[in-house]
Design a protein around this ligand. Structure first.
Ligand SMILES: C[S@@+](CC[C@H](N)C(=O)[O-])C[C@H]1O[C@@H](n2cnc3c(N)ncnc32)[C@H](O)[C@@H]1O
Length: 278
């Protein structure tokens, strides 16, 4: 198709304002291919018609949603960044349990923000069931949210192929993954019931404000696609969503120290975790 650099600039601005994702100039061919798919779906021949449609005729955001499904990077698998999850299980989770026990409220809230097809949220559910032997006596919710509604459908189904489950330790696989046909596994219903899947745009303040009193926010491998301004706005929201003593986990290549000084940094082995002081 070959969109012009001006059309690319307009699209990039619209996507940035709506989703917080920033696409560099070198991404023009990537964008071109995604837009081509959307134009075919809409029966359009000219890129300028598509840009016009997205800019002026998309009041309900339906086309931006369809484009978001195509331009987001959804790579994920269960037990990704295993050591970080181990540090969560060994240090921060017991601390949160103790804090909640002391307050007399057996309640834990965890948010997997940018969960893609749900593998991160279900990994956390497996850990909770393994670490907390009285887990059924607690009020627990793991919110799995993302902008991509096709990935969220996969998260709701909770059925995964070999790539997604390859890092699940054997000791956990037996109790939490049920064979569901050729080369696929379903998350055990007792584990899956801890997870609630919701559509949420991290740039939508009205929506993120509803996430209150979180013990943990996991937002791993999401903010790398944002620029500093949108990253800061999302991290500030996370700070408000966390309860005092709550923790924010980012991917191992990500850091908030440049954009926020509100969190106290804790080093757990090779990983950093960001803590809202109690
Ligand atoms: C690479 S995946 C990370 C999945 C998982 N957290 C992990 O570490 O394996 C990034 C996810 O962020 C989501 N995302 C990007 N921008 C978003 C936004 N503005 N609101 C919500 N989710 C967003 C994408 O749809 C994608 O599924």
């Amino acid at each position: 198709m070959g969109m012009t650099s001006r059309q690319f600039d307009t699209l990039r601005d619209l996507i940035y304002k709506s989703l917080g994702l920033f696409f560099e100039d070198a991404k023009i061919d990537f964008m071109d291919k995604r837009v081509e798919k959307r134009m075919a779906a809409l029966g359009m021949n000219r890129a300028e018609d598509y840009v016009f449609h997205l800019r002026f005729l998309d009041a309900d955001g339906r086309e931006m949603q369809a484009l978001a499904n195509l331009v987001t990077t959804n790579e994920t698998y269960m037990f990704r960044e295993f050591e970080q999850l181990q540090a969560f299980a060994d240090h921060c989770l017991p601390e949160a349990i103790e804090r909640r026990e002391k307050s007399g409220l057996r309640r834990l809230r965890i948010w997997s923000a940018g969960c893609s097809s749900g593998e991160e949220a279900y990994s956390l559910a497996v850990i909770l069931r393994e670490v907390m032997h009285d887990v059924d006596d607690w009020d627990i919710r793991i919110y799995a949210t993302d902008i991509d509604n096709e990935r969220l459908e996969m998260a709701r189904r909770g059925i995964y192929g070999p790539y997604a489950v390859r890092e699940v330790p054997d000791a956990y696989a037996a109790g939490h993954l049920i064979p569901a046909g050729l080369e696929s596994w379903r998350i055990h219903p007792d584990t899956a019931k801890l997870v609630e899947v919701r559509h949420m745009n991290l740039m939508d303040r009205a929506a993120t404000r509803t996430m209150r009193d979180m013990d943990f926010v996991f937002c791993r491998n999401v903010l790398i696609y944002f620029d500093d301004t949108s990253r800061k706005s999302v991290v500030d929201q996370f700070y408000s969503c966390l309860s005092p003593g709550g923790f924010l986990y980012l991917g191992h290549s990500e850091s908030v120290s440049r954009i926020s000084t509100a969190f106290k940094i804790r080093r757990l082995g090779p990983h950093l975790v960001y803590c809202k002081e109690a």
